[in-house]
Design a protein around this ligand. Structure first.
Ligand SMILES: C[S@@+](CC[C@H](N)C(=O)[O-])C[C@H]1O[C@@H](n2cnc3c(N)ncnc32)[C@H](O)[C@@H]1O
Length: 255
């Protein structure tokens, strides 16, 4: 199977995490949704980049003056608009836009959010109001590292610089102030092999997604012998352990 990143996400448009059974333990007190609530009020205008099917916005974002969710995947935005109708929420719009070709007005949003998606900090800076804020969460190089190391491949596996550092430096270079990078450590426990496999087939953990190289030849094949080896050495009473490493960044545009 050879696909590019756009097709990869288009194919995921009607898929939901609810189908996978897992529990999680948080080791870091940095909760993305809480940070969004802390940085908004009823008058806020929010832009959510790479919003996918809108699920996170519709469930977790606070009521405020305006929320625009964008994604480059036409299929994702179709699903997001359907989910919006079903949710009955107000002041939310979804539309197609490439994060790397932001065409929203300059100096307009109080907050730009981006969770597990590509960003261009310079374009985000332009569309933020002076004093506006960027909150992002990303998947770091060391995410699921034991698994990726066993397979000798995966998201960010070959990157020399961790994605978190690339984002952090690009955000500083774009002119942001008070930039804070926080490592996020989470343990996930998958109920069965099928649950873990479903995750690996749907998320790009074992795909060569990279921040440094073009992703136009994504290939996914999973060596089941290696997967069984991983599962046998990571079985716990709580389920099959997968150690996640994310990062959060908060940054402000100067007033
Ligand atoms: C892993 S999903 C994250 C979705 C959502 N933000 C969340 O946290 O659940 C990544 C999303 O970013 C979108 N995406 C990736 N690159 C993009 C780009 N250059 N412009 C716009 N959307 C992009 C994909 O289509 C996909 O919906």
């Amino acid at each position: 199977m050879k696909i590019n990143e756009y097709d990869y996400y288009n194919n995921l448009a009607t898929w939901s995490f609810n189908d996978i059974h897992f529990t999680e333990e948080l080791f870091t007190n940095w909760i993305y949704e809480e940070k969004i609530k802390e940085h908004t009020n009823e008058f806020s205008k929010i832009l959510d980049l790479g919003t996918a099917d809108g699920e996170k916005v519709l469930k977790n974002f606070p009521d405020c003056a305006e929320i625009l969710g964008t994604d480059f995947s036409v299929e994702m935005i179709k699903t997001a608009n359907q989910n919006l109708i079903n949710s009955g929420r107000k002041n939310i719009t979804f539309r197609v836009m490439d994060n790397l070709k932001i065409n929203t007005p300059d100096n307009y949003f109080d907050l730009v959010t981006a969770r597990h998606t590509k960003i261009d900090p310079t374009q985000i800076y332009k569309t933020l109001k002076p004093g506006g804020c960027l909150i992002l969460r990303g998947v770091d190089k060391l995410d699921c590292w034991e698994l990726k190391y066993m397979f000798r491949k995966g998201q960010g596996y070959k990157d020399l610089k961790p994605i978190s550092l690339i984002d952090y430096e690009n955000i500083l270079d774009a002119g942001f102030e008070n930039v804070e990078l926080v490592p996020i450590h989470i343990r996930e426990y998958y109920r069965t092999k099928e649950d873990l496999l479903a995750l690996l087939l749907k998320m790009p953990i074992l795909m060569d997604f990279s921040e440094e190289n073009e992703n136009d030849n994504l290939k996914l094949d999973i060596d089941m012998t290696l997967l069984d080896k991983y599962i046998n050495s990571h079985k716990t009473k709580k389920g099959i352990l997968l150690i996640r490493r994310y990062y959060g960044i908060i940054a402000t545009k100067s007033k």
